[in-house]
Write a protein that binds this ligand. Structure first.
Ligand code: ADP
Ligand code: TRP
Length: 334
């Protein structure tokens, strides 16, 4: 599905990444870069301004996400790595796509509908706090994808609809001009990527405040892991590992042999909650300690990251320019 394809991954700068982001988004995206014929990885900063209006906060989030991916092993020589706002062709292409984006398609977009639902629950008018950036979000995302002749877009389930919208818009343009001006993208869901539970058992998410931090110091990571919910059953009581939250989180990071060891210990009443929390802590630290060093380095030397992003933009722009030219030639009959 990915092998030999032109793959594009977009990431919104949403705040300090946690273990769920790392296992569910960062690590799989980097693995993509190894397999794809061409991998583009970009920071969707224009998407972020719909919600984040404070430049200092936004800039910090962009830095954190850029450094997280580099720390996780993203190789800017293998993946084209840039900031969306450095590719001025993307907003131009978006403008052309607007002319082929039915308003009804935007009405149906999940991102917009979710905000309307929230407003209704709060007894506010439907459009309260909704700007045109949020409303037309899927068209900009379509431009992100279509500008680079992307074949495959790896996404979480919540983003499938957006890729389908990109495909619909591309299909409408190709049909109108009677030729393949744009490549029709497909979404890809990696079934091996699990949703990591947080310390309270709900999905790990910044918005729930239940995260295991990623690039914090050992003490902060330990504190989060030792706050994972358990019950008061004694160690000797045999337990079904699937009912134990620490084990559930361990599942997303441990090797099959490591998982077996924890599972057997729980089933046989040989491992207590303190033991298994320490096992999880060791495993998390083993996984991230190298990445954490790199993260701290890049955060402190962000000028080096700026250079990488500039090089990435220099590689990406000529590709988007070709798409823009193809579209303008068709649209204006040149
Ligand atoms: P949050 O829920 O903390 O705000 P985001 O919505 O910013 O996280 O998610 C960024 C990326 O990380 C997305 O690709 C999302 O699918 C992934 N992700 C977020 N939380 C988890 C989780 N608990 N398990 C696996 N992947 C996750
Ligand atoms: N909408 C995506 C998200 O919220 C981020 C994104 C923007 C994206 N443009 C993209 C993802 C293009 C894939 C392709 O996570």
């Amino acid at each position: 599905m990915i092998e030999g394809k032109k793959v594009l991954t977009g990431v919104k700068p949403t705040g300090t990444p946690h273990l769920g982001n790392y296992l569910g988004a960062i690590r799989p995206a980097i693995a993509m870069g190894e397999k794809a014929a061409r991998h583009i990885m970009f920071i969707a900063d224009y998407h972020a301004i719909n919600a984040e209006k404070d430049p200092a906060v936004l800039n910090q989030k962009i830095k954190e996400v850029a450094c997280s991916y580099l720390a996780g092993g993203l190789d800017p020589k293998k993946s084209i790595f840039y900031r969306q706002s450095d590719i001025v062709e993307i907003p131009e292409i978006t403008t052309i796509l607007y002319a082929y984006t039915p308003k009804g398609l935007m009405n149906k977009s999940h991102a917009y509908k979710a905000q309307v639902d929230k407003n209704r629950e709060a007894g506010k008018p439907d459009d309260d706090g909704i700007n045109m950036g949020l409303y037309t979000y899927p068209t900009l995302m379509a431009a992100d994808i279509l500008s680079f002749d992307t074949e495959v877009v790896p996404v979480g389930r919540d983003q499938v609809q957006h890729v389908e919208i990109a495909r619909d818009i591309a299909g409408a343009i190709n049909a109108h001009y009677g030729r393949d001006l744009l490549v029709l993208p497909e979404f890809y869901i990696d079934e091996n990527v699990a949703v990591v539970p947080g310390v309270d058992g709900r999905k790990m998410s910044k918005s729930y405040g239940n995260v295991i931090p990623l690039f914090a110091d050992d003490a902060a990571i330990k504190k989060a892991i030792f706050s994972i919910k358990t019950d008061s059953r004694p160690m000797e009581e045999p337990k079904d590992p699937e009912e134990i939250l620490v084990y559930q989180i361990y599942k997303s990071i441990a090797s099959p042999a490591e998982l077996q060891e924890m599972g057997d210990g729980l089933r046989q009443g040989k491992l207590g909650y303190g033991h298994i929390k320490n096992m999880l802590l060791d495993r998390v630290l083993k996984e991230i300690s190298q990445a954490r060093e790199k993260y701290n380095y890049y955060m402190a030397h962000f000028n080096e990251v700026e250079e990488m992003l500039a090089e990435g933009a220099a590689k990406a722009r000529p590709l988007a320019q070709q798409t823009l030219k193809r579209l303008k030639d068709a649209v204006f009959g040149r």
